[in-house]
Design a binder for this molecule. Structure first.
Ligand SMILES: C=C(CC[C@@H](C)[C@H]1CC[C@H]2C3=CC[C@H]4[C@H](C)[C@@H](O)CC[C@]4(C)[C@H]3CC[C@]12C)C(C)C
Ligand SMILES: C[S@@+](CC[C@H](N)C(=O)[O-])C[C@H]1O[C@@H](n2cnc3c(N)ncnc32)[C@H](O)[C@@H]1O
Length: 360
């Protein structure tokens, strides 16, 4: 009798601990995405592994990535694979921000987002564009802070669903609108927006010129656009094998058709007709390292790895989730090396104005 009570209690304890380990521990945000909800985005569970293989095949045939028309599909596949893992392990804002001593990661993220909308100087009620909006973390912070009407665009249908759900839950759906589409060919009339911003998203465009000229087209004359760009810095040397290895690692783990040099950003903005108001690498001192958060998370990544392996084995998470998680695990390391060596920045800020007159 005593033996069976002990057995029952032990089984209960183990089940409770497993539930806590898998379902409760882990989400980056309070009430955020749980490990037990990991999916392949818009891809059905049984196709996740195939899509992961297809993602990698782009890198085995780099010419495919160079063919600009294939890139949006490749990026869409990537975000089907990673969106849930990002939300679970990072939160609703898919970008970096400088570490701020004494502030939480959540506050540092929000401050970095609010800075973008403060730079473009918009008034309550004005219409602004978020080019590459993810699941809308920045959009909600920016709408709440500025009271502007934000329209986000993302290539990934699953992100649109997630963003709309979050907007509604946050009570911000009257200020935030999300559409599925390609930022290289946006479904908006010219001269529509009173401002635009893009946070760590235009790096996915095969040609920066194409996305900048499209953003330029939909902005009203005299309005401002700010972008936080992923770039190689002046410290990057393409004859240094270690540098090349780090940058290639970042490209492969983050669906990038090719990282650009910081020098190309302002040149491209001017080429499409923008006037450059300000340009600054926000990662440079006195900013504190943006990669601190990635490094500090290492213990949690190991725990996440165990959780993902268990959930895939029992069929709760799609097969292939372990591979996707491993890919992110590796990219975290490349990104950290990029930050520590100073050869890479994910926050090269450029602020541009569309001139009042085309000839200005
Ligand atoms: C701007 C882009 C995405 C930037 C970041 C939001 C993501 C880059 C690398 C991602 C992650 C790496 C490690 C993952 C970890 C192994 C897992 O357990 C939990 C999620 C990670 C922390 C994940 C979270 C998002 C990133 C930091 C790109 C794509 C242009
Ligand atoms: C790293 S996420 C950043 C999301 C958001 N800015 C944030 O900080 O949370 C990059 C975003 O760019 C979007 N994106 C990439 N290429 C795109 C394209 N061609 N058209 C529209 N969106 C695109 C992705 O779908 C994703 O939402």
């Amino acid at each position: 009798m005593v033996d069976s009570v002990a057995l029952f209690c032990t089984a209960g304890l183990i089940a409770g601990a497993l539930y806590w380990f898998i379902c409760v521990l882990g989400p980056a945000e309070r009430k955020g995405k749980r490990a037990s909800d990991l999916s392949g985005g818009s891809i059905s569970a049984e196709k996740v592994r195939d899509n992961y293989d297809q993602y990698w095949s782009f890198f085995r045939r780099p010419k495919e990535i160079e063919t600009a028309e294939k890139v949006p599909d490749f990026v869409d596949t990537f975000y089907n694979l990673v969106t849930d893992i990002y939300e679970w392990g990072w939160g609703q804002s898919f970008h970096f921000s400088p570490h701020i001593p004494g502030k939480s990661d959540k506050d540092a993220t929000r401050i970095h987002e609010e800075m973008a909308v403060d730079l473009i100087n918009v008034k309550p009620g004005q219409k602004i564009l978020d080019a590459g909006c993810g699941v809308g973390g920045p959009m909600r912070a920016i709408a709440a802070h500025s009271k502007a009407q934000v329209t986000g665009i993302t290539i990934n249908e699953y992100q649109v669903q997630r963003a709309k759900l979050h907007n509604k839950k946050a009570g911000l759906d009257s200020l935030c609108n999300v559409v599925c589409g390609n930022f290289l060919k946006m479904p908006f009339e010219e001269n529509t927006f009173d401002g635009a911003y893009s946070i760590e998203a235009t790096c996915h465009a095969p040609k920066l010129e194409e996305v900048y000229s499209e953003i330029f087209r939909v902005m009203k004359p005299g309005t401002l656009f700010v972008s936080y760009e992923w770039v190689t810095t002046e410290k990057y040397r393409d004859d240094d094998e270690e540098h090349k290895d780090v940058i290639q690692g970042i490209e492969r783990g983050d669906a990038l058709p090719g990282l650009r040099s910081y020098k190309d950003i302002a040149a491209t903005a001017m080429k499409v007709g923008f006037e450059v108001v300000k340009e600054k690498d926000l990662a440079k001192p006195p900013s504190k390292p943006w990669w601190n958060r990635l490094k500090m998370g290492r213990l949690a990544y190991w725990r996440n790895h165990v959780v993902v392996v268990i959930l895939s084995a029992v069929g709760v998470a799609p097969k292939g989730t372990v591979d996707v998680h491993d890919m992110l695990f590796k990219t975290a390391d490349y990104l950290t090396r990029g930050g520590e060596t100073g050869i890479f920045s994910p926050m090269h800020m450029i602020l541009c104005r569309k001139p009042e007159k085309a000839s200005e």
